[in-house]
Design a protein. Structure first.
Length: 355
């Protein structure tokens, strides 16, 4: 590929939102992609919070034996234009936890994108669901995979695992309203702060992140835990976990989101995080801190030019050996009290009034 054919640089917002050249297929008996065991392969990066969501649904729905995965290396990610993109290791031992491509023995993920569309000019992103029968991409939009994987393979699952288990009908209004500000201010908010190219942009972005954390801290307590909406594990827990589990390990130092930390300033979120990580099958199994930390610190030369990866914080997630509890009423409510953060916190609360 020539330099002229490589994808053009994108803004932070475009990077977060994806590109116009994306795939939106669904797994459905009535669609071109019917549910079949081992027909589809999910390509992910263990570093990516958006790919993490899809992998979590795969585990929580019991699809790990139905949809095999291939994990790309966490770095290098390529030049400023995203070229050549995420690499595969050449062997199973080259980088622990990453996999050689079993389908085409590709060196880079972009090779699969060009197999699906030789004229593709977008980003070579993860997660990406591949159909081995038609040799094309089914879907590479993380928000759609988060929702579609919950029901697409129900025909292959026992009755107890069928249905949108993480998006239950009675809770959908709450989930939808909270998702709006969680995605805007927390999930992508850390990137707006971390990729800011001016002091003004950084100063504007960081308070939104902590306002969202302040509201989340109070929500967990108000709903009684152990999950965000109470006793039911939902999409909100998946969305929040993928960001929060990376917060102290990466976002505090690397993205300068350092008005507070989860382990020190947010006891409710810390307790919630520890419960998911240590007690709920699928969360710890899909979390790899080596991939997470080395991706961010060794892929962003403009932010961390020497590529040195910090050892801490340690332990990765506090709360092992019974250090987390289901009685959230016994856990104090924390938060960051900066005036601008509290002002934005009240704005978010007004968005979610009546929940």
């Amino acid at each position: 590929m020539t330099a002229a054919q490589r994808p053009a640089p994108t803004t932070v917002e475009q990077h977060l939102a994806g590109t116009n050249q994306s795939w939106h297929g669904k797994i459905s008996p009535d669609d071109p992609f019917p549910p079949e065991k081992a027909r589809y392969r999910l390509y992910i990066g263990l570093f990516c919070p958006f790919a993490h969501r899809a992998n979590l649904v795969r585990h929580l729905k019991g699809l790990d034996s139905i949809i095999p995965i291939t994990v790309v290396k966490p770095y290098p990610k390529g030049d400023a234009n995203g070229w050549p993109g995420w690499p595969f290791p050449s062997s199973a031992t080259e980088y622990p936890g990453a996999d050689p491509d079993p389908l085409f023995h590709a060196k880079y993920l972009h090779e699969l994108y060009f197999k699906a569309d030789p004229g593709y000019k977008g980003r070579y992103s993860v997660p990406m669901l591949w159909d081995t029968h038609t040799n094309t991409i089914v879907n590479n939009e993380s928000a759609e995979l988060l929702r579609d994987l919950q029901t697409g393979f129900d025909a292959l699952l026992p009755a107890s695992q069928q249905g949108a288990l993480l998006y239950p009908e009675p809770l959908r209004p709450q989930i939808d309203r909270i998702t709006t500000w969680m995605q805007r201010d927390l999930n992508t908010g850390v990137y707006k702060a971390g990729f800011a190219t001016s002091q003004e942009a950084y100063d504007a972005a960081v308070p939104h992140v902590f306002a969202a954390l302040n509201v989340l801290e109070k929500l967990i307590r108000a709903n009684g835990g152990p999950y965000i909406l109470g006793t039911t594990l939902t999409e909100l827990d998946v969305r929040a976990y993928a960001t929060v589990v990376r917060f102290d390990a990466v976002y505090v130092q690397h993205f300068k989101c350092n008005l507070g930390t989860i382990r020190h300033d947010y006891p409710q979120i810390r307790n919630w995080l520890g419960h998911l990580y240590w007690n709920v099958k699928g969360f710890r199994e899909t979390t790899d801190f080596k991939h997470i930390k080395e991706n961010y610190t060794k892929s962003h030369g403009d932010i961390n030019p020497r590529g040195i990866t910090p050892m801490g914080p340690w332990p990765d997630v506090e709360g092992e050996d019974g250090g987390v509890g289901l009685d959230v009423a016994s856990v104090r409510v924390g938060g960051v009290g900066m005036e601008r953060v509290r002002e934005l916190e009240r704005e978010i609360e007004r968005e979610t009034e009546g929940l």
